[in-house]
Every structure is written in C-alpha cells, then in structure tokens.
Design a protein around this ligand. Sequence first.
Ligand code: HEM
Length: 219
Amino acid sequence: MATRLANWLDERVGWRPVWEAIFLRKIPKVNWFYTLGSASLFVAINQIVTGILLTIYYVPTPDHAYDSVQYITTQVPAGWLIRGLHHWGASAMVVLVVLHMLRVIYYGAYKFPREVTWTSGVLLLIIVIGFGFAGYLLPWDQKAYWATTVGTRIAATPPLIGNTILLIVRGGEELTAVTLARFFGVHILVLPTALLLLILIHMFLVIRNGISAVPKREE
Ligand code: HEM
C-alpha cells in the first residue's frame, strides 16, 4: 500500500530522484570530523524551533522584555527548558560552526570546486555571530544592556562613518525601545531569512559537489 502510494506520488511530483540525490548519494570514507557540519545543522534547527516557541511569550519592549523572560523561565511549563536549549544552543552553534570551518581548512576542503561552498560558509559564520549579538540584548537585563552599549560603541569607531553606523544600529544616540525593537526584528526576521537561504545554498552545493575525501599525504 505504502509502496503503491509512493510510486503514485513519484509519477506525479518526481520525489524519488531528489530523495536519492540527498540521502542515497555515494560519499568517500570519512571520519568523525565530517559530522561537524551536520551537528551545526542540527543545532540550527534547534535554535529555530526553540526560538519560535520563545516568541510566544517574549515581549520586545523595555517595560516587559525582562519580565517576560522571567515569566518564561519560572512560570511557563518547560519554559526553562526551551530557554535553556536556545541559550546554550547559541553558544554550541558558534563553537560547532568554528570547529566545522577548522575541519574544512585542515583538510583543504575549501579548494576547487568548493570555493563557493566556502564563501557561503563564511557568510553563515557572520550570520551566526550576528544572531548572538542581536539576541544578547533581548533579555534586557543589566548584562544585556551594558554589553550592547559597549558592542554598539565599537561600531562607532571607524572614522567619518562611525557615528552614522552607531545611529543606525541603535536607532538614536542611546539604547532605547527603538534599539530593542530593531535588534528583535533583526534576530527573528532578517537573520533567520538569510540563514535559511544560505543553508539551502550551502547544502545544495555540498550535494552537488559531493563531500571531499580525506586528503592523502602524497596529494
Ligand atoms: C550554519 C552554519 C553551517 C552549517 C549548518 C553547515 C553545514 C554543512 C554540512 C552539513 C556539510 C556537509 C558535511 C560536512 O562536511 O561536515 C558542510 C560542508 C562544507 N561546509 Fe559547512 N556549514 C556551516 C558553516 C560553514 C562555514 C562557516 C564554512 C567555512 C567558512 C563552511 C564550509 C563548508 C565547506 C567548504 C564544505 C564542503 C566540505 C567537503 O566537501 O569536505 N561551512 N557544511
């Protein structure tokens, strides 16, 4: 019954070649370091799922942000777990993506024909760091407020354009409700869209070019 349904659907939408290209493709003999990309992907999915759940109760205004985070942690069923997974997932993500990049560098997997895969990876790394920076302000506690005060001050250091950058990032001279709204928008809309797009491109290229083999000494 299931096979007949699968065949019926394949004749109409052609899912089988796509499935085979993704899950049944041949890969060279690799080692555990090659799992770091998939581990990054796994944590990215965790961040998306837990992030969506957090937005159910989180309120992005100076009056309510701190209290809503406290409410999530202490009152919402399993809220502490969802927030914990998102909080520690953010750090795990940075560590895993950097380790994955080091594996790529160590094995020379950035070379032809994978230069574009590498470039999409560099953009992914920037996005992951951007997520951390924008997300850090959202609890709106003392640590978040002052860390972002310092972080945005750094954006003002380039000569000539520094102050304009600061005004754009903060939405004014000081850290206010506008800054919080801006960071929230970037954290839940701009960066996720860019992340999903780039992951799609990254994965397409990984499948198209195939995984590189572990380099041999004489190569
Ligand atoms: C959200 C971040 C990222 C995700 C989810 C991700 C995911 C993956 C996955 C699943 C693979 C295939 C398995 C593997 O080789 O581990 C891969 C391969 C690759 N990634 Fe990433 N990656 C990310 C970031 C990066 C970064 C920061 C770089 C480098 C700057 C990078 C460069 C590459 C390259 C060149 C390959 C091909 C490796 C090969 O063929 O041996 N990726 N990525």
